[in-house]
Write a protein that binds this ligand. Sequence first.
Ligand SMILES: [Zn+2]
Length: 250
Amino acid sequence: MQTIQAPTNCPSCGSLLEWSNDLLYCRSNSCVSQKQKKIEHFAKTLKIKGLGPSAINKLGLTDIDEIYSLTEEDISEGLSSEKLAKKLYAEIKNSEAAPFNTVLAAFSIPLIGKTASDKLSKIITDITEINESNCKAAGLGPKATENLLKWLHKDFYSFYDGCLPFDFKFEKASLVETLGTVCISGKLKSYKTKALATAALLDKGYIVKSSLTKDVTILVNESGVESAKTNQARKSGITIIENLLDLIGE
Ligand SMILES: [Zn+2]
């Protein structure tokens, strides 16, 4: 049997490779191939169509921030096509609105993908709140936390900060999932109308359903009347609350 020898040096830049979790990594800061892969992953995650390996090469991109300093003329020149330049430039501009959940997952930080950024988005609102205790509270493991904090100080604050167009705010949509879906049964005491109560709930980040659909997690019954809805909710194990203000918190 022939044993396969793992390479010791990066095939692209020749730097010594490092083992991490059974995978070999080139850690050289000047490795072109590594940087191109990073840009490729970034473009793919942010759904920037037309920015694949060949375009990255033709445009001579060496880091992520350079994507956003390209003018339409630069692209047109690099790709030798005004038509492609128009498209790609629009794609790049569109990507600037991406929520931080997506942007963070696009940086190729080991162990920090969409799942980790979604976890973070549930407890913090933007990049400035990333720290060890918040990572722990969000359920990130020690290795993922270490990688993220290292990136934050070594790459973000000392380099990317100020040269990327994002607002670095997490998307709130994922908060909705955690708060729950509410259905109101019968007359309310806390609010004059169901419409007012609904508006207040939506404002807090709850989803409101008028009927007891499968996704309802909380039933509000302030009247105390055992309605058909209340009965059904009790059987399905849905949380029943008697005061809507317990949810709104006012
Ligand atoms: Zn390399």
